[in-house]
Every structure is written in structure tokens, then in C-alpha cells.
Ligand binder design. Sequence first.
Ligand SMILES: [Zn+2]
Length: 151
Amino acid sequence: MRTLSSNEEITRLLKDRPEQTQTYEVTGELAGQVPLDAVGLRRMDESELRELAEYLEVEDVEYFRGPFRVIDAECPRCGRRITFLDFVKTAIDNGVHDRTQLRAILTGEAGNWITIRGRDGGRPVRCARCQQALRMSNGYSEYSSSNYAYA
Ligand SMILES: [Zn+2]
């Protein structure tokens, strides 16, 4: 796995995206400083953080490396507001990551990461409540925390 160590490298990848969506480890605090074209990202509230903590078996939301920001979107079928949980649950259900890995990433224990959406249009996400497949429109970031970003 490649490690990204400068803002320039990240910016270059955002401009000239890889063929496939890829996750990279990044050094230091770069993940929190990614130039997110964050139109419409909102901060997750306390109850949403608790829901995520419960799913990941994190004892307290204080362990998360927030703030967690997420695309401001709703499930067209059941009206659920999309949070990190929907992305996390989809990744785990699809076998892309396991729960332990994601817990380590979101609590900062596993370092800093960025996922760069590829020209393949990114990863599908399903509603955590009703399983409806959600299509996020391309072209902007979907979520970020101080040590993880999806751009
Ligand atoms: Zn739904």
C-alpha cells in the first residue's frame, strides 16, 4: 500500500484520479487537511455518533477522532439521514473491511487514511436501515474526520 506524504500528492490524485477507488495511508495530520470540496458536508450529531459507536463496539464516542462530517443526504426510501454508519456498514457487509479495522481507523489507532474515489465512480453505499442502494453523485467528498477522508 502506498503512503502519501504531502498535500501536493493528494491534490494530484484528486485531479487525476486513479482507475479504481483506493485507500492510502497518509502521514501526520494530512487527512484532516485534505482540500475537501465539501459542498454540503454536515457534522454528525451526538445521537448519530452513539449509533456508530454502538455498531463498531466503541465504548464511548469520546474515542472517535472527530469531528465527523458527512454528506448531507437522505435515503429516498425510508428518509434516514446518511451518516458514517451507512458507509461503514456497507464496507463491512461487502467484506471490504472488518469491524476491528474500521474501529481502529476511526479511533485513530491505525493512523491516518484517505480514500480517493476512482474513475470507477466509487463504492456503492446502502442505507443502514432499509438496505436501499444509494447513489451518491460524483464530484464531491462524502465524509471526513480528523484522520480519515473520502474524497
Ligand atoms: Zn433507507
